[in-house]
Design a binder for this molecule. Structure first.
Ligand code: 6CS
Length: 302
C-alpha cells in the first residue's frame, strides 16, 4: 500500500525535517510496503555505488530517526533537534566531516523498517539493544544506559513494582507500539489484550489517569521528563526485574564501514569532558555508558 499523502520536506533552521502530512501516517503507509525509500528526510540514495560517508559529505547532513522523547531526543519549538542521542551523534559525525544532522520524527515501530527503506540514514532515538534488533541493524558502541519504571496513579493502587507483578496481576499496561517495553511484557507472558498501545508519552500518562490502564511502562528518565510537566502521577523506582536498557546509534547492516568509522570517533569522544558534560546535562551516567558493551546489551533477549 503506497501512501497517497503528498509530502513536502521542509527543513527547519534547527535541522528538523518535517513533512506536510502526519509523518507517522506516511511512515506507516510506506513502511508497510517497504517502499517510499528516501522520501521523509529526502536525499536518500542508499545505492552501493557511493558510500554513506561520501553521500553524507556531499549532502552536508545525515538524516536521523528520532521519537521526540526527552531526554533521549527532544525537538525544540524552533525545530532544533536536541537530546542525548542526537547531540552525541552530531558531535561524532562532525569529527567525521559531516556538518549537520536532520531529524525525522517517527514511532519506534517504524524506525528499523524506515532505516531499511532508506527514509533515514541512522536511528539516534535511544532504540534499546536486544537480540532481535541487533540482528537487523548495525549498532554503534553504547551511548546511553538506563532503567525502566511504571507511571502509576498516586499511591500505586495496584502495587505494581516489577514485571512479574504485571504478569501475575489482572492489570492493563500502556506501552508504545513496537517499543522495548512492549517486548519485555510480551516475553514475560503478559497477553496482548492487557497491553494498551499509546502513541507517545503524554498519551500514556493520559491513559493511566483516565483509568484505561493501571500503569504506563517507559524508561525512568522519560517518565521524569513527563512529570516535570505534569505532577498528577507517580513513578516507581527502577524496575528490578526489567533488563538493563542500553542504546547506541543504529545503522543499516550495509553501512558497517560507516559504523566502524563512527565507532572510532565515538570511542574518542566518550573519553572527553564534553561527553561527560553532555551526559550529565540529560541525566545519564557517562561511567555506565563507558562500561557497557554492545555485545552485552545485544544479549538482552527479545
Ligand atoms: O528502545 C525502545 O523501544 C524504547 N526506547 C526509548 C528511549 N523509549 C521508549 C522505547 O520503547
Amino acid at each position: 500500500m503506497s501512501s497517497e499523502i503528498s509530502r513536502r520536506r521542509v527543513v527547519t533552521s534547527g535541522g528538523l525535517a518535517v513533512v506536510t502530512a502526519p509523518l507517522l501516517v506516511a511512515c506507516g503507509d510506506d513502511s508497510s510496503d517497504g517502499g517510499g525509500g528516501g522520501e521523509a528526510g529526502g536525499g536518500g540514495s542508499a545505492d552501493a555505488s557511493t558510500s554513506l560517508l561520501e553521500r553524507a559529505k556531499e549532502r552536508g547532513y545525515l538524516r536521523v530517526a528520532i521519537a521526540n522523547e526527552p531526554p533521549y531526543t527532544k525537538v525544540l519549538p524552533d525545530g532544533t533537534v536536541t537530546g542525548a542521542e542526537p547531540e552525541i551523534f552530531r558531535a561524532v559525525v562532525k569529527m567525521m566531516g559531516i556538518p549537520e544532522i536532520q531529524g525525522v520524527v517517527t514511532g519506534y515501530d517504524t524506525m528499523i523498517p524506515g532505516l531499511q527503506a532508506d527514509r533515514w540514514d541512522a536511528i539516534t532515538a535511544g532504540l534499546f539493544m536486544k537480540q532481535s534488533r541487533c540482528a537487523e541493524v548495525a549498532y554503534s558502541l553504547p551511548t546511553v544506559v538506563s532503567t525502566e519504571s511504571y507511571a502509576v496513579p498516586e499511591g500505586n493502587p495496584k502495587g505494581l513494582m516489577t514485571i512479574a507483578d504485571a504478569v501475575e496481576k489482572d492489570v492493563k499496561i500502556a506501552v508504545l507500539p513496537g517499543g522495548f517495553e512492549q517486548g519485555i511484557l510480551k516475553k514475560a507472558g503478559v497477553p496482548d489484550s492487557r497491553m494498551i498501545p499509546v502513541k507517545n508519552g503524554q498519551a500514556g500518562i493520559q491513559t493511566v489517569m483516565a483509568g484505561r490502564a493501571d500503569a504506563f511502562l517507559l524508561p525512568t528518565l522519560s517518565l521524569k521528563a513527563l512529570q516535570s510537566e505534569d505532577t498528577s502521577f507517580e513513578i516507581t523506582p527502577p524496575i528490578e526485574d526489567a533488563p538493563k536498557t542500553g542504546a547506541g546509534s543504529a545503522f543499516r547492516t550495509t553501512d558497517k564501514e560507516f559504523r566502524d568509522k563512527y565507532n572510532e570517533k565515538l570511542a574518542e569522544f566518550k573519553k572527553t569532558d564534553e561527553f561527560e558534560k553532555l551526559m550529565e546535562k540529560w541525566g545519564f551516567s557517562a561511567k555506565a555508558s563507558r562500561e557497557a558493551t554492545t555485545e552485552e546489551l545485544c544479549n538482552t533477549p527479545g
